[in-house]
Write a protein that binds this ligand. Sequence first.
Ligand code: SAH
Length: 283
Amino acid sequence: MSADNILEGLPSFEPGWVWLAGAGPGEVGLLTLLALRGLSQADVIVYDALVDQSILSLARPGAVLEFAGKRGGKPSAKQADISLRLIRHSRDGKRVLRLKGGDPFVFGRGGEEALSLVEAGVPFRVVPGISSGIGGLAYAGIPITHRDCNSAVTFVTGHDAAGEVPNAVDWHAISKGSPVVVIYMALKHIALISERLLSAGRRPDEPVAVVSRATVQGQRVLETDLLNVAAQVAEQDIEPPAIVVVGEVVRLRAALDWLGAIEGRQLLADPLGRSCHRQTGSE
Ligand code: SAH
């Protein structure tokens, strides 16, 4: 089957439907075929701040693009407005693409929007996307799991609805139980977050990476450790959006920074040495 046939065989976008889609972390090549299909057929595209312009440029000519930007956990009144807007467009018989950064169901309020569509009786489809906490880190050469390092990973948000470090997060439990911690929306409160992880028992020299503008022009990766991350973020002027990862897997970047290798970085063959787990006491 040719690529054209595959696209043809995808579900078609019916008037009155909402497609709640993820646009991936930014790089246009990381869109799913269904998201591309949505872009090529939608009448209205309601998009978030994190959706890259290069992706919006794939919209069908004549499609209406509506910005629904929300930054840094603003109050939920605006969220209700967005849901109402989706419902209104659907009732007007439009094909409505609700496009969000990454995956719509990962810290993106996609669940809340979908619930209001259900309540209003609006038919919808969910199109998952590549989440920045997975794909964005892969673009930094960091696998979130490696058999020798970890068999669990935790995704956590550094912001609650009010823009504060969420009180509901049990940093002690995460520290103890999760060798790798991937933190979304972490930049603003990085000092507090790293402090909490340290006081919950994580090692000060534990590797940390901060990946800013992952997968798009201007991607930057800061490699540091838990003790120094907050100071380094400030010193090096790391800007949002950025994803933070804490754990030994960060050391794999020395071998797996494939994007750096394209630009001439020499990759290290054996970044873990004898073991993934650095010994803290005597062996
Ligand atoms: N649904 C999105 C997450 C939305 S929350 C997803 O699945 O990726 C917004 C947070 O996502 C940002 O604060 C940042 O931590 C992260 N993020 C999204 N896109 C990013 C990118 N291109 N580079 C780095 N971080 C990104």
